[in-house]
Design a protein around this ligand. Structure first.
Ligand code: ADP
Ligand code: MG
Length: 671
């Protein structure tokens, strides 16, 4: 068995399990074997029945004398059995698991692990873990408990891992030489994999995790160094001559004064545009920090020198918003901005200087154009392939356009260096002047009506507008229908409550013209309240909207809540965010409390790290973003160590040929 083999090599793992396991990110044997337990049950103490004491957690090995269903006075069904070893007998007891009577036969030799308690006057193991025989997979040791998913229990995972390790005997090659292992105080790869699932104590487990974490960081780091190397082999498709006077004029004529950060970032970007090596830059700035105008300046510079640009947005809604924003910013110049919609066939699309569209549509324009700059907005919503596809397609061989990717995901610098080490980084550190923090309230069910009245008063007094976000329901085709339904009923309710106000609805199943109508109506102030599924999450900019209401707020992740709240507080008016937990929710979650007390995306990202734990980066759950399994983004020390090692590896490529091949693929070589 190889680590690269499919998990379908394991007995009784077919398409159904494959699908379930995919949810846990497990497709290959290697991924199963590095899937870390999140805790252990300590069943290490093995005892003779006679010596097992009440209050202890023990494992006993014995013969099953009987097992039967028994009904309690209250009608509960329990499974009562008796086990015996050469020292004595004891009872075992489960509740509501009648199938046990079918699967466990008297006379079987079995192991049981659990707490010894009194059952009447007898000693008994209550709801013990059990297994037939004495292979000590589910009993008799530190028994791992894994993150589970629907239809995949910890016990199931345990037995598959046991099979893979004991029967499959996988070839586990360590590409890190022993001298390096001792230098970095790392255990061997094979030992780490066994100890992850069969540790003798916590220390051994932690060492295993550390080694596997090292592998994860090393993979990320080397891959990004490799991408950087590859990128450097490209030539800029078009070098842009900067017309500084006109650019300065453009900036001076904006309806606002640029922030210092915006100025700095614009300078960095413009200087990239004139270079031989194409720009490959990540512009990171919190929600509402003003990334669009930075991108617009790059587009403007390209236009002045006679070139086209392209903006790729994750949704049609955002694409049309960019279209409008750019039209406004470029009003005084003869810049033709073109929005690609699904109505236009390839070939019908007229000439323009800037094309805006979603990934699905943007390809229709780029074949024959002189595209000097590509802007990718909300980069975390796109896969790596979508991005590189667009870049390749708009380039000519190794001559590619300048690429600016933008994200509101507040990735701390250490993390950015590891995952996006190939990209140059520009950060918008401050918000535009005059922004007030959005006051955030957690509104319990009993204050809901009160809140509605308050909202009415705000609309009456100041003609402000309100976003009303519907309950979050998980995504899937079926769930989309459900969430549309939820949105419709919410819409009906809100219309009743807000009689006399103009209420509109926005959800994913509307046709794109209907969506535009809803958004534009809201933007022009024709609608007071826009009821919406969480689709407004990214990017929408309506400065007069100053109240954001989020239903079932406890179901949203911090990143999503932060994005939603970022929809308000974009003008100079005081804004509010009302988080409304489901009526059954009695506890205010840490997340909602964090929203109330914190406003910066970076701080919320840190909190998210500490609440949710280690693997995921704030707001990047979707779209195949590399998820850490054993490593933690808060482990800055190991991140640094790995970067050291990665550099050492790169400096000594021949010696690390196998390691490099295993990470960046055979034959790429890293010259
Ligand atoms: P994001 O970074 O979230 O994409 P946008 O580019 O949509 O943010 O900008 C948010 C809002 O802030 C827009 O209405 C934009 O016109 C405005 N804005 C951008 N820069 C400034 C600035 N320097 N001063 C005032 N308002 C600004
Ligand atoms: Mg934006």
């Amino acid at each position: 068995m190889k680590l690269s083999d499919s998990i379908t090599r394991l007995p009784k793992v077919g398409p159904v399990y494959l699908k379930r396991l995919e949810k846990l990110g497990i497709i290959k044997i290697g991924e199963l074997l590095t899937h870390p337990p999140h805790r252990f049950m300590d069943f290490r103490k093995i005892a003779k029945i006679k010596h097992a004491r009440v209050g202890e957690t023990v494992t006993v090995l014995g013969k099953l004398n009987f097992i039967k269903n028994q009904y309690s006075k209250t009608g509960r069904v329990m499974q009562l059995g008796e086990i015996e070893d050469d020292s004595g007998k004891m009872k075992i007891l489960w509740f509501n698991q009648p199938f046990l009577v079918m699967t466990l036969k008297r006379g079987l030799t079995m192991c049981f692990s659990g707490n010894v308690e009194f059952f009447g006057r007898d000693k008994a193991l209550i709801t013990p873990e059990y297994e037939i025989g004495d292979s000590f997979i589910h009993t008799g040791r530190l028994v791992p408990v894994y993150p589970e998913t629907y239809g995949v229990s910890s016990k199931w995972i345990r037995s598959k891992i046991a099979f893979a390790l004991k029967v499959g005997k996988p070839e586990i090659e360590d590409h890190i030489p022993p001298t390096d292992l001792s230098k970095y105080d790392l255990v061997g790869f094979k030992d780490a994999i066994y100890a992850l699932h069969y540790p003798k104590d916590d220390e051994e487990f932690q060492k295993a995790k550390r080694r596997l974490a090292f592998n994860e960081f090393l993979t990320l780091t080397l891959q990004s160094i490799f991408r950087k190397d590859l990128w450097k082999k490209n030539k800029a498709l078009y070098k842009i001559k900067l017309r500084n006077k006109e650019i300065k004029n453009f900036k001076n004529n904006l309806p606002f004064v640029l922030t210092t950060s915006q100025e700095l970032n614009i300078d960095e970007i413009l200087s990239d545009l004139g270079k031989d090596t194409p720009m490959n830059r990540l512009l990171e700035g919190d929600v509402g920090s003003g990334k669009t105008v930075v991108a617009a300046t790059a587009i403007f510079a390209a236009f002045l020198d006679g070139y086209q640009s392209v903006i790729m947005a994750p949704t049609q809604i955002l694409a049309s918003q960019h279209f409008q924003t750019l039209n406004k910013l470029f009003e005084k110049y003869k810049i033709r901005v073109k929005l690609i919609t699904s109505n236009e066939k390839k070939g019908d699309i007229g000439k323009a200087d800037v094309y805006v569209g979603t990934h699905a549509l943007i390809h229709r324009v780029i074949d024959s154009e002189r595209i000097a700059v590509i802007i990718i907005d909300e980069q975390h919503r796109f896969g790596v392939e979508q991005r590189s596809h667009l870049v390749k397609k708009s380039g000519k061989g190794n001559r590619v356009p300048h690429v600016l990717t933008m994200t509101a995901t507040p990735i701390p610098r250490t993390i950015a260096l590891t995952t996006y080490g190939d990209l140059d980084l520009s950060i918008l550190k401050e918000m535009p002047h005059g922004r007030l923090p959005v006051t955030t309230w957690i509104v319990p069910a009993k204050k809901r009506l009160h809140a509605y009245d308050w909202i009415k008063k705000q609309i009456d007094a100041d003609h402000i507008q309100v976003f009303f976000i519907c309950p979050l329901i998980e995504e899937s085709e079926y769930e989309t229908m459900k969430s549309v339904k939820a949105a419709m009923s919410q819409y009906a309710d809100i219309k009743k409550v807000f009689k006399g106000y103009k209420v509109d609805i926005l959800h994913g199943k509307l046709k794109s013209e209907e969506k535009d109508l809803a958004i534009n109506g809201f933007k022009r102030g024709k609608t007071d309240i826009l009821v919406s599924t969480p689709v407004v999450e990214v990017g929408i900019d309506v400065p007069n909207a100053t109240i954001m209401v989020v239903e079932t707020a406890e179901r949203f992740g911090l990143a999503q809540l932060h994005q939603l709240r970022g929809r308000v507080g974009r003008g100079t008016k005081k804004s509010y965010c009302l988080l409304m937990p489901s009526s059954g929710e009695r506890f205010v979650s840490k997340r909602l409390e964090a929203m109330r007390t914190h406003h910066s995306g970076f701080e919320l990202a840190e909190i998210d790290l500490s609440i949710r734990g280690p693997g995921q980066i704030f707001g990047t759950a979707q779209h195949g973003f590399f998820e850490l399994k054993n490593a933690s983004w808060s482990d800055t020390e190991l991140i640094k160590l790995t970067r050291d090692y990665a550099e050492h590896v790169i400096d000594n490529k021949p010696r690390y040929k196998d390691l490099l091949n295993s990470i960046v693929g055979e034959g790429v070589g890293l010259n």
